[in-house]
Design a binder for this molecule. Sequence first.
Ligand code: GLU
Length: 553
Amino acid sequence: MTENQRIAELIFGQLENTADDYEKEYPPLQLGEGQRVTRIAPSPTGYLHLGVLFTALINRRTADATNGMFYLRVEDTDAKREVEGGMADIINGLVRFGVNIDEGYVSPTATKGNYGPYKQSERDGIYHVYVKKLMEEGYAYPCFCTEEQLAETRAVQEASKERTGYYGKYAQCRRLSYDDIKQRLDAGMPYVVRLCSPGDENRRITFDDGIKGKIEMPENDEDFVLLKSDGIPTYHFAHAVDDHLMRTTHVIRGDEWISSVPKHIQLFKLLGFKAPKYCHVSPIMKEENGSKRKLSKRKDPEAAVHFYAEQGYPADSVTEYLLTIANSDFEDWRRANPTLSNKEFKLNLKKMSVSGALFDIAKLNDVSKNVISKFTAKRVVDELCDWAKEYDTEFYSLLSRDTEYAEKLFNIDRDVPKPRKDIAKWNEAKEYAAYFYDELYNNNYELPEKINSKDAVEVLKKYKDIYNPNDNKDEWFARIKEICPECGFCPEVKEYKKNPEAYKGHVGDAATIIRVAITGRTNSPDLCSIMALLGKNKVCERIENAIAHFEEV
Ligand code: GLU
């Protein structure tokens, strides 16, 4: 046995499995040409953040573009920062917002696939095998330095203007002998396991980032920590072992990890693994007072995915918007393919923004209005009910009392070549639909400026007499025209424009008076359809109430 093997044995004892066993247990996948395996690897240290949803979507669509596979791994190595319910929130949020998961944690309580366990806290046996292997080969060692010692080293480095860190001549525990180590272990001294880096900071590594292109950095020469004193791996080490054994082909992650790539590439090499393709996603940015900054978990409510659920943005709208900021050609694709599902769009990592996509809620609202305008009325009511059940129970009980009626009201001006785009999110639907429900209806009878109450009364009275609930659209409009001359309104808009002083208004204005009486709005979807759905009794009642109101003022 070499000294290194003896040290490894001293630290880890006999382990049940070898690295070869794991290679056999988790064999390379039989992938077709170009097929990609991607993943999202969240830590349960908070709730689902838009940045994680965005990165997950990029991973999902990268796998989809090659008929590949996307899995979820739970990175719970930091128990201190764990937030209760965090992981369930993250997984449920991803699925709810359209990122379905093929393997790993497919729901908070269920896993799928043969490459697990998919939770890092259940993989310590695996990590130890690989650290032991590195130690036997002289690439890892136990380090007994205390916090104070590390702080002293740092102070010395700072005083001499040297790079801080545990490397080269400053890596004191690198040179401990078997006997030194045994003595310390016998004395019960705590330790971490560090990499014994063969790197040289004067040499450079290059790698081709799938998003940012060619990147060159100094080689890693730091003896960074692989296992913490409680035997739990650091992110760096767990990443190398897990992404290798889970056969990830593309590691698409936030670009806060880009500076760690030299460490990761070195680890893959020392472990004898093929490094994955790295793709670093720039953070989502926000414009504030003319300058750009990162969307912030603390400052921006829209950074939390809960925000979109609460406001009632359909999952499709959020996906569609995230694709808009992910790939600059998505909007052109959408224009060329207005009816296709966005799943058909082939995401291209090379087309992602390097400086960070800009988040713009007004744009999200536009995108969402467009998305909702293409929904069938049934889908509107289904999704709206799901939302209202959770966030507006009053509205939910009205909608669910008669969903057929709800579908009819949302169908007005919907199934047409140019549907209206009134609703961006479900929390706007109640206001939109208010005049269809007596419980919500509240008319403050606001007329356009050029029309006075007296004229309104006249139009409404005349209209009431000839209103026929069985009219079709043309007949309905003809009837409003019919009352125009007697009320001093011009039945033809063109005529009116030639000589506006001669009239109180035109047929459109007369219709507006009726619209205000029935809906309380000067602008609404097709009034004839609205009246048909409300039915004769309600229409007459509302006209009478309006007459009474305008007579009083
Ligand atoms: N757990 C890491 C994080 O949440 C994962 C990074 C990665 O995707 O590798 O930042």
